[in-house]
Design a protein. Sequence first.
Length: 273
Amino acid sequence: MEEKAKENGIAAMAACYQKFDPAAYLQYNYTPPRADFARKDSIVPWKLACLHRAFTEGDVSGELLVDIGSGPTLYQVMSGCEVFNKLILTDFLEVNRQELRCWLQNEGGCSLDWTPYLEHVCKLEGKRPSAWKEKAGRLRHVISDILPVDVHCSQPLAPETLPLAGADCLVSCFCLESVSPDLPAFTRALGHIGKLLRPGGHLLLIGALGESYYFGGPGVRIPVVPLNEAQVCDSLKESGYTLIRLEVYTLPQDMQVGVDDVTGVFFAKAKKE
Ligand SMILES: C[S@@+](CC[C@H](N)C(=O)[O-])C[C@H]1O[C@@H](n2cnc3c(N)ncnc32)[C@H](O)[C@@H]1O
Ligand SMILES: O=[N+]([O-])c1ccc2c(c1)CN[C@@H](CO)C2
């Protein structure tokens, strides 16, 4: 595809995001039924279990963890914050970075109460749920920056952001396929973020399968690259990663709540060659 067409596709995606509504997005995806900690088949507990296992099975280590396209959410770093001493959250939109700062400042008024998430991850770690306060303190302690990011740039973060060696681990959830105009752009973005990771570092990637759109707010319909498992595996391989594990969640009917047409969620643990 020639450069102008690529630029137009990326610009069109950026325009869609100008109306993104963090509070609505959180309401759509991070409250019951999709975030129901009493239901074994709810999506969020499945994601938290994948992340807990990936961060604690012994091969992931280092100093710096970077979350790419954090959005207004924190669930994705609640296990990782116990393994890394420095954590950088990133997003394309100031409204999302502001939501993350709101939680960090701990003065109330944020769009979602993350306590049930912190309690659930404490349980996964064999702690009593009331240890959530210590976990919140740990997370606030290790978050060192909340920065702008653009995965379509060959350098998604400002150059001075990372040590020369790169991050030791990246996590990215529902970002690349939700911000790319097509599969080639998704694969290029995967390559761009891979440059932030040191050789031998790990990528923990969560994403949507079979999704062609989602609502980022009332009436804010955002196109998504519909992915299948094979495409995820091929894109990882093409971008210089070795796949360690791919896990797939298939949505039960009542998890389809009218905010998207997602059919499944993938969790990939990969290593940069
Ligand atoms: C579907 S949300 C995912 C949010 C969160 N990681 C989660 O797990 O729910 C996609 C995020 O990608 C961000 N985004 C949009 N364009 C982007 C770009 N070009 N580069 C990086 N992130 C982008 C949006 O601001 C939004 O927060
Ligand atoms: O069920 N979930 O936990 C969940 C969380 C976030 C998102 C989805 C599902 C599906 N749509 C994506 C945007 O492409 C965002």
